[in-house]
Design a binder for this molecule. Sequence first.
Ligand code: FES
Length: 138
Amino acid sequence: MYSDKVIEHFQNPRNVGEIPDCDGVGKVGSPVCGDMMEVYIKVVDGRLADVKYKTFGCGAAVASGSMGTEMVKGKTIEEAMKITDQQVAEALDGLPEEKMHCSNLAADGIRAAIEDYLSRRGGKEGAGKGDSEVEGGG
Ligand code: FES
């Protein structure tokens, strides 16, 4: 039923836990099964320097959280924002159709954490710093 990758990530999940001083947190629940996932991100220079997750979900959710957080770690905010449940499922060598909503928890949770980060940052904008940064052209 499950691919070797799903089983491997379920048995040795990466990035499980919380980031106490995180820059954003996404809490999502699945309307299909009622299970939950929380994703924590730490952002440095516009990239996800660290990503952690916790889930009260099934084995497929544990594996999806593990794979999903691995996929976006080190990525820019823009890149990470594009993650989909399909990509997470493909990276796990597929999930049974009735388990696709579990991978959606991971993708949704990651995007929710980024949205939280962006809204927190938006609140800090205009604090009155005078110096302007010039972006290096490429
Ligand atoms: Fe709920 Fe998989 S059945 S997350």
